[in-house]
Ligand binder design. Structure first.
Ligand SMILES: [Zn+2]
Ligand SMILES: [Zn+2]
Ligand SMILES: [Zn+2]
Length: 290
């Protein structure tokens, strides 16, 4: 594949055998922060009967070798987990602290009690601060709670951009993205990367996103936006990174599923709630833990 040579993940493609699937990524929500349909909106997409135009807030379920985890916890988390028949969420990885990515954290309450331990939240330091502020009741003295199930049992696991860390048998790489001026994280797991809420990707991060089979990429709308990629910018990035397949996510009601399918090249598709993506391991020199 063009663009791979000399880059850190070039050996991804050198395996003689087809890579074996080790996990599954389920795109649980593909909508922008207000969701689609937009309450009260009468546009064609919001009134559409196509279920692929119904987009809950952004989030991912990962079925890993040692159990289920999520990336982000949006306001519809419980409904998404039920829809995808998830059973027991053992960890959460956070891209950033915006409301549409964290407001479902209370829905993790049941898992802390089923596991009889706290649920680890993997995030950067300033995201931890935002979560502690927003869910302050989860971090007060348990004796002040009305009953033992009143607050989620959570603990923080620190991650930083560039880290590779192990969760439930998966090796995850945290990749720096820029969401307007806000530094946030995208994640690469084997041959698949999830990059939501991004407007620019630093050059060093682009190197980490080479040799992908699947790239899931923020595409808010057709017109430029200060903190999200728009369609033309997303397509330009996809061309640069040249994944085998790209899926657009975090979409607003300006983007109609069928229209996009008709106009996009074959290797680019709009994602939809419930899309399943197989994950295969990548044996690259970068895969060792730091
Ligand atoms: Zn968002
Ligand atoms: Zn609308
Ligand atoms: Zn955001």
């Amino acid at each position: 594949m063009a663009g791979d040579e000399g880059l850190p993940t070039a050996s991804v493609r050198s395996a003689a055998d087809l890579p074996s699937v080790i996990a599954e990524m389920v795109i649980m929500g593909t909508g922008t922060s207000i969701g689609v349909p937009v309450v009260g909106c009468c546009c064609d997409v919001c009134l559409s009967n196509n279920p692929r135009n119904r987009r809950t807030r952004s989030g991912v379920l990962l079925r890993a070798p040692e159990g289920e985890l999520i990336i982000d916890a949006g306001p519809e988390l419980r409904l998404q987990l039920i829809r995808e028949r998830a059973t027991l969420i053992r960890a959460a990885i956070m891209t950033h602290g915006h409301a549409d990515h964290i407001m479902g954290i209370d829905d993790l309450r049941i898992f802390g009690f089923q596991l009889n331990s706290s649920v680890p939240l993997y995030c950067e330091e300033f995201v931890e601060q935002q979560i502690r502020q927003t869910f302050s009741y989860a971090f007060t003295d348990p004796a002040t709670h009305s009953h033992q199930f009143a607050a989620p049992r959570l603990r923080f696991e620190r991650i930083n951009a560039g880290d590779k860390f192990e969760v439930l048998g998966l090796s995850v790489e945290a990749i720096r993205l820029k969401h307007g001026e806000l530094p946030i994280l995208g994640f690469r797991i084997g041959n698949v990367a999830f990059c939501t809420d991004v407007s620019t990707i630093p050059a060093a991060s682009k190197e980490r996103l080479q040799g992908l089979d699947v790239l899931v990429l923020d595409t808010l709308r057709r017109d430029p936006h200060p903190t999200h990629l728009h369609l033309d910018a997303a397509l330009k990035l996809i061309h640069q990174l040249s994944p085998k397949m790209a899926y657009l996510t975090h979409m607003s009601h300006e983007l109609d599923y069928d229209e996009l399918v008709q106009e996009l090249p074959d290797h680019v598709r709009p994602a939809y709630d419930g899309l399943r993506i197989p994950i295969a391991a990548c044996e690259s020199p970068n895969n060792s833990l730091p």
